[in-house]
Write a protein that binds this ligand. Structure first.
Ligand code: MN
Length: 715
């Protein structure tokens, strides 16, 4: 076990400005907090944080990180609290310890590779200070080094599987080759015991017979470099069993074919010498075409630089050689940590804050392959995402700001359609509750539930929006069909004609619509008036009261009016511009109106109290003062929209429609906006002559026993 003064000496060796007091305090605090706790090995628990701190001093990490390492299990495993640590060690360290704790609390359960990738993204997003991730990786490394003390085989396998799936790839992503190799080889025998055993046996045999080849390659290389006066160090290392096994499984090559039982490495002083060394090697040994890779001019996104070549060496065996400078070698082995050692020495003295993630991204910016680069810059983009869990531990990845409903739709469309509420971390939550990183979300469902239009106001994912809209459209279609039939029955009755489906089907043919349903839908949605259908079924039908759709102000955006059309009785229009009566407030003759000159749509006509005008308050130049001409033609038809709350009883809708008809209004559109057990809310578009006409209809409706409330709609 490392002693207190030893740890301090280790850090001071590379960081002379270390805050010794702080480190001492952390040492004592952690030792006291862990007290008599023991590890599986029988060692005092405190030896674990101490060893983790030791691993991080090998990476030459700053004092704050070492302190964090000492404290990293105190919040999770002892009575120590965040506030205590904040008080004793300050905000930065408390946050880092909290970060490591959060990473540890999450258990990775699923075994699909997609989940593993999601989980890695999650860890990156959670460690917004990359030092948190480094502490977590060192923690994992020490746990793997002491894994043999755990008796339970399954537990060893589970922890090792997690190491292979999550932590080793993370180490690789931030360029820590050495750490990755050690994690993989510690985990390998526990996850694939048989594979490990057979590979180790085979390797023992192969190495026994190839050791002389290695020595020959090394001395041959040393000789040719000396002859060419190049100062170079030559190393021949055995390749890691796990990486050999990966190649065998994924690339389907046999062990005999592996040119790379050994990794030969040539280390020189600088970039220039790297290319010199390459030239010398290729002059002496024949290069295998197509296998030369220059990661010096095109570094890997994690900062890795080297030249790789494959040549036919002594005994006509293929050998793989990596050529790199000393600095490149350290970066290749230590990744981000090396980068820190090289570039941040100045800022240690300045006491400046380290911007780890920034640094990592900087390395990655040298990446040549745009796809690879994008893949890695995603790290920064994860800051805009939240990662939540299902009760079974499955990870759901959502954009920031997502709600319980988004989560439900991300799980499955059916789950979204039927969700009535949720539990977030065990506590009841509303559907619109915004989710945070790490939340565990349980969706409560009911078969009776239907997606609500209003959900669109708070969902953020495209999937949820599309599903809600799709449902609303289907629902609307259904309601249009029901309503259209209702309207037609009613107007047939008014004309004292017999209503038959057969007649409607015949009319559908003439109008080129799909059966009676097509006609109902068009009538229900107001695209075709009931009158039109009547006239098609009974040609020559007299226009009784002039409530013919012709002459109505067209609200259709596709066919805007031109100013000067005598159909529009509005004063003050600019000539030549198309005019659109806005759908938001449905201005009627008699309403106080203004026009807004827009660049694309021409003049939009609004009522003076319309909310849509707020946007234009700062742009007085686009306002036009308009007013209605006095009505010349009482048969003029305009469309008004009213909001109605009706009692949910049979006959309520029919009664409302007949009241409107009695007062010579014509319902051109109806929309259901809300349904509940005792009330349903509808929006009614009524063709009326003017405000006075509308006021009369509203008064009549208000008198109905079925109507709970009514108002002119502005939205
Ligand atoms: Mn730990």
């Amino acid at each position: 076990m490392i002693r207190q003064y030893e740890l301090i000496d280790m850090v001071k060796a590379y960081d002379p400005d270390l805050d010794e007091m702080l480190l001492n305090r952390a040492y004592v605090f952690s030792m006291k907090a862990h007290g008599t706790q023991k590890r599986a090995s029988g060692d005092p628990y405190f030896s674990h944080p101490l060893e983790v701190a030791g691993i991080l001093t090998e990476m030459q990490l700053d004092g704050d990180t070492i302190v964090t390492a000492l404290l990293h299990d105190t919040i999770e495993d002892t009575v120590a609290t965040f506030e205590q640590i904040e008080g004793l060690f300050g905000d930065d360290i408390a946050k880092m310890v909290d970060g490591v704790t959060k990473l540890s609390e999450l258990e990775y359960t699923s075994e699909t590779s997609k989940q593993a990738e999601n989980f890695r993204k999650f860890l990156l997003a959670m460690s917004n200070d990359i030092r948190v991730l480094l502490v977590k990786l060192a923690d994992r490394l020490h746990n793997m080094r002491t894994l043999h003390h755990i008796q339970n085989t399954e537990k060893r396998a589970r922890i090792s599987r997690e190491t292979l799936d999550i932590y080793a790839p993370l180490a690789e992503r931030i360029g820590m080759q050495e750490l990755m190799n050690e994690l993989e080889d510690l985990a390998f025998p526990h996850v694939y015991p048989e594979a490990h055993e057979s590979i180790m046996k085979r390797l023992d045999y192969l190495y026994a017979n190839t050791e002389n080849v290695r020595d020959e390659v090394i001395s041959e290389l040393e000789k040719i470099f000396a002859e060419n006066f190049l100062d170079a160090e030559v190393i021949g290392r055995r390749k890691q069993p796990y990486s050999i096994w990966k190649k065998i499984t994924y690339r389907n090559v046999s062990l005999e074919n592996q040119a790379d039982l050994f990794a030969f490495r040539v280390i020189v002083d600088n970039v220039e010498d790297c290319y010199k060394a390459l030239g010398i090697i290729h002059k002496s040994w024949q290069a295998v075409p197509g296998l030369l890779k220059d990661y010096i001019s095109m570094p890997k996104p994690n900062g890795y630089q080297s030249i790789h070549t494959v040549v036919i060496g002594p005994q006509r065996k293929r050998i793989e050689i990596q050529i790199r400078s000393t600095e490149m070698d350290i970066i290749a082995e230590k990744g981000v940590a090396a980068h820190w050692q090289y570039k941040n020495q100045v800022s240690i003295k300045d006491g400046a804050h380290y911007r780890w993630l920034q640094d990592l991204l900087e390395i990655m910016e040298h990446a040549a392959d745009p796809e690879e680069f994008l893949e890695h810059t995603k790290i920064a983009m994860y800051q805009n995402q939240v990662f939540c869990f299902t009760p079974k531990g499955e990870l759901i990845n959502l954009p920031a700001g997502s709600s319980v409903v988004d989560f439900a739709y991300a799980v499955h469309t059916k789950v979204g359609d039927t969700c009535v509420g949720g539990k977030v971390n065990g506590e009841a939550a509303q559907l619109k509750r915004v989710l945070n990183n790490g939340d565990q979300v349980e969706i409560l469902r009911s078969k009776a539930q239907k997606p609500h239009q209003s959900w669109v106001n708070f969902v953020v994912t495209g999937k949820a929006k599309a599903a809600i809209r799709r449902y609303t459209r289907q629902q609307q279609k259904k309601e249009y069909i029901e309503l259209g039939e209702e309207i037609l029955k009613h107007s047939f009755e008014q004309e004292k004609r017999e209503y038959t489906k057969k007649a409607i089907t015949a009319a559908a043919k003439k109008m080129n619509l799909r059966g009676s349903g097509g006609v109902f839908e068009k009538v229900g949605s107001g695209e075709i008036s009931d009158r039109t259908v009547l006239e098609i079924v009974f040609p020559g039908l007299k226009n009784k009261n002039g409530s013919h759709a012709v002459g109505a102000i067209v609200v259709d955006k596709k066919r805007p009016h031109k100013a000067g059309d005598n159909q529009l009785p509005i004063k003050g229009l600019a000539p030549g511009l198309p005019v659109v009566i806005s759908k938001c407030c449905h201005p009627l003759p008699g309403d106080r109106i203004v026009g807004i000159v827009t660049s694309g749509k021409g003049i939009m006509v609004h009522t003076i109290d319309c909310d849509a005008l707020d946007v234009y308050t700062e742009m007085p130049e686009s306002w036009l003062d308009l007013s209605w001409n006095p009505p010349e033609n009482s048969a003029e038809i305009n469309i008004a929209r009213v909001d109605l709350a009706l009692k949910h009883v049979t006959g309520a809708l029919a009664s409302v429609l007949s009241i409107v008809a009695q007062d010579e209004g014509n319902v051109s559109n109806i929309k259901f906006s809300e349904r509940s057990l005792d009330i349903f809310r509808i929006e009614l578009d009524i063709e009326v002559r003017d405000v006075k006409h509308l006021t009369g209809i509203i008064a009549a409706l208000r008198a109905s026993k079925y109507v709970n409330s009514i108002e002119k709609s502005f939205s």
